[in-house]
Design a binder for this molecule. Sequence first.
Ligand code: HEC
Length: 453
Amino acid sequence: MSEPKPRKSSEPKAPRSFGWMAEFSDEHALLDAAKKVRDSGYTRTDAFTPFPVHGIDEALGIKPTILPFIVLCAGLTGLCTALLMQWWMNGVDYPYLISGKPLGISPAAIPVSFELTILFSAFTSVFGMIFLNGLPRFSNPVFTNPKFDRATNDKFFLYVDARDRYYNRESVRELLGATHPESLDEVIEDSTPASIPKPILLGALLLVLAGLIPAMIVLNMRAGFSDLPRWHVWFDMDFQPKKKPQQTTTVFADGRTMRPQVTGTVARGQYTEQDPFYLGWDPSKLSAMEGSNPILVSYQDGAPQSSPTQSSTPMADGGSAPAPKLPFITQLPIEADEEHMKLGKAKYEIYCSACHGYSGFGDGLVATRAQALQQDTWTAPTSLHAGRVQIQPVGQIFHTITNGQGKMAPYATALTPKERWAVVLYVKALQRSRNASIEDVPVEERTKLTPAP
Ligand code: HEC
């Protein structure tokens, strides 16, 4: 059986000495004593006074702090960091032109450089001061002497630390005794237990646990399901006085939240030449067309909205809306090559096939489903093989895609002009595939064809 280990607290220990502390009743006595101690070569000394005493640093031989120099270095570091950061971010890594300012370092870099200089210096001042002073220090052996309480009231104390290079218990006592202090005491170790009292520890633990509760609630809500309406913790964030697209507003007379382009203006980056490539028709030939002129007045985004040049009689072949009469171009402005054909096929199948069907007969999934539902608001998509569409010039089909036609919506925002022309090319190919003659098949391929029964 081994003997139980003796507890630490039951071991009586000789209290450790930390040095000597002399008490004075005025600052002059303190200053005189400090000078004597300094002249004897002691440097690990300190003075405690109820108010700042001028000349005490000098009397104790305390050297000026190097903190200002450190702060200067930190400030310069901040300045360089800011300049380097802005030069790299805006000049090299992500050149982004803002209001025509030069890239990299410009006068616009001054505020950030100033702020970082201040930030670095301020943090260095505070934390450097704390570090150089050996803080945080929660207890000091001088506190063990009840007399020391008056250091914040009306007494002045001079302290010589036992860790001083020249420290000798007896000679320090003699030296301090010769300065005629009111009292002279040895500073001994604090005997109060160093561990945190249990109730405080328990309280801290409870606080930490309580701090976890909101996080647990959030986690639980994220993982679980509920039939109840959600909590709105920040009500004004969830319900902001703002307007979303497609909502109405009372701010504008027409009630529309989404504002149409201001008449007579062109948004930046949206300007396109009055060119057949963007229109599908040739503006220079417009005047040659009979009865036309108000078209350009009501012209917006390439589309004549309503003009006398449009015929008012509904068209045959399923088309319900009158087609515009414009000098449409008949020649594709892009090459009829494989690349464009592939592009056109891809875009057609994404944007058009849902209604017009993969082969263009107007039997797309959406159309078929809508017809099955028999909703009377539904207009059947035109068959692209209808004779009327067959004879349409390429420019007109481009115009239909760009501006919509009757019940069909425009696709100008979904497809670039080039993509639209590629779709036109593909539509033309679809049409041709349904009206081909034997002459369209290359001679060497013709033998592979079997005649219809
Ligand atoms: C949401 C269904 C829908 C989609 C998608 C659609 N269309 Fe249409 N399209 C229609 C309807 C409906 C009509 C008949 C419009 C009318 O006359 O009111 C039509 C008519 C047409 C016409 C005939 C216009 C005329 O002169 O009468 C062409 C050509 C055409 N579409 C091409 C296309 C192309 C190319 C695409 C793909 C970019 C496309 N459509 C996408 C529904 C659609």
